[in-house]
Design a protein around this ligand. Sequence first.
Ligand code: GYE
Length: 354
Amino acid sequence: MCWKKALAIAVIFILCIFQAGCSGGFHDRNESAGQEGAANDYIVVGFSQLGAESDWRNENTESMKSSFTEENGYTLIFEDGQQKQANQIRAIRMFIQQEVDYIVLAPVMETGWDTVLQEAKDAGIPVIIVDRKVDVSDEGLFTCWVGSDFELEGKKAAEWLNQYATEKGIESGDIHVVNIQGTKGSSAQIGRTKGLADAARANGWDLMAEVIGDFTRAKGKEVVESLLKQYNNINVVYCENDNEAFGAIEAIEEAGRKAGSNIAGGEIMVISFDGVNEEAIQYMLDGKIICIAECNPLHGPRVQAIIELLEKGGTPEKWQYVDEEIYSVDETVKRLTIEGADYEVTILRQKDKK
Ligand code: GYE
């Protein structure tokens, strides 16, 4: 070949390499999207987290932050709603203005999202709901949801109590239970409350009170303190998360009572949800929380997988439920059967300490 032709081929080759190097990754992104300084080839995710009320929430935030890193090809815009739906709506509108590629929403409550999700849809931005659900008139307003089956968690905790009482010969009328509920109107509260209320009705337990504890330690303590003053026969405290349980135990001990499983001997049994950290495990090993229905907060990689599928043009499953366990320190109940399905109880022992 002549030298001119060879030179032309070489120039084209170099230009191709240069072009590939500049596009730098698998996505070309709109330059207006993302935070100032964000490179235009990252996937921009706006995540509206609902708050920082519990250990579960902190683990969840951590999981999301460690999935949506620049190293993984993302720019994350994180907004903390501080338990207020209005803040979350404002964050979503900001994400729309910023033309993010995806909106991820962990909604504080179920209702009230139709308008803002319609706005996201009109802007052509896919919305992935994580953790709690949204109750909207048109399910086409969001791409998919990933989280826990909160009612099943509640059923497991209640069935554990039912089997424990049966094994120990405790009459159902002698179960005097109070429910320390989570944030009113959130899926976790609605599902866990229903799990207990249905079981109480079916088994004939005395469900004495349902009060809001906001998923926090401080509120959990405050409401249990006043319930213990109001009723002297409470023997089961069902807390809709561990932080409430930690507060409840403080209130029980400050009232001169003991948190434990021997309810016939005057102890107050504490049951809860989450089981995300060492503190919760320690409370179990100390025999103060008797049973925990696990709630898994590690949704970062799950949402990341959903986005990767969408990027490839795939269609994620609309409802993605996470498998969860039930833990106890007491060996009385080893297996639960709920609506024909069997669930093994994971018995924690000292050696399981993290
Ligand atoms: O159980 C609780 C948190 O929605 C699953 O919210 C979540 C719940 C979790 O504050 O600890």
